[in-house]
Design a protein around this ligand. Sequence first.
Ligand code: BV8
Ligand code: ZN
Length: 259
Amino acid sequence: MTPTEPPRTPPDLVERLRNARRVLVLTGAGASAESGIPTFRDALTGLWSRFDAESLATPGAFARDPELVWGWYEWRRMKALLAEPNPGHRAIAALATRVPHLTLVTQNVDHLHERAGSPQVLHLHGSLHSPRCARCGQPQALPPGIPQEPEGGRRLAPPRCALCGGPVRPGVVWFGESLPETELARAWASAQGCELCLSVGTSGLVYPAADLPRVALAAGATLAQVNPTATPIDDLAHHNLRGTAGAILPGLVRAAWGA
Ligand code: BV8
Ligand code: ZN
């Protein structure tokens, strides 16, 4: 570590983490970047490169061109299934065995936290792995195995609902759609009651998830960020650990508990 670089495991943060009873961890797409999953704003290449995420991840885009949108999500689901959890996911899973009350809230839809062993994950934006009928809402089974989607993508007709014949949509929360009430309420309550909020790999641009670190701060929590680049809450955070989740989080857990 060069002398000018800020410490990646500041002693006061390590102490705070080791002694905290209630910790909120909020993750965004950056937490999965080292697993090879493009971040949300990088996941638009090839066929989708002329779109921005906010325009494609919407009910309107799916209504206008279901094959374009379903093709994008099947490509992302393939990337998620081919990916492995990274050391950052595993360090967060280890926190669950150390912190008496750990709440893990994710904006991600890839299920890598679960595959890394995190016992409870609050999904604010849904999941790639739980599609439902766009018409009647009936949950739909996905074909077994890994979809074979070409890089750069292709249009793909969404399956039809077994019950009503409507188009099957991804089980994610699109822009303009409400977040699941229970998960949001539990995330909000955790932010209001935590001693430490760890915001990992999120640009903090999407609401209401982006409010959680501010809610924690207002309730008196210590706020720490793990991100290689600056975000809108840099000035608010007590600690800005400038680096990747896979590089920083294991060191933080080791500094706090040895193993
Ligand atoms: C809603 C699922 C009510 C789909 C996504 C105020 C209040 C409420 C709503 C709004 C509001 N202001 C504006 C809104 C509307 C909107 C919104 O927030 N718009 C933004 C663009 C301004 N919010 C909504 O529509 C929400 N709905 O509030 O309902 C309502 C109802 C009706 C009408 C109006 C309101 C719904 C938001 C959910 C949208 N769905 N995802 C999908 O995945 O396809 S959001 C999408 O962005 C992803 O889930 C993603 O996770 C999320 C946030 O992005 P990030 O995770 O931060 O990813 P990003 O690529 O941006 O950044 C990656 C970061 O990682 C970077 O900082 C990078 O530096 C860092 N990084 C990179 N590598 C690493 C790393 N960090 C660590 N380690 C590394 N190796
Ligand atoms: Zn249906």
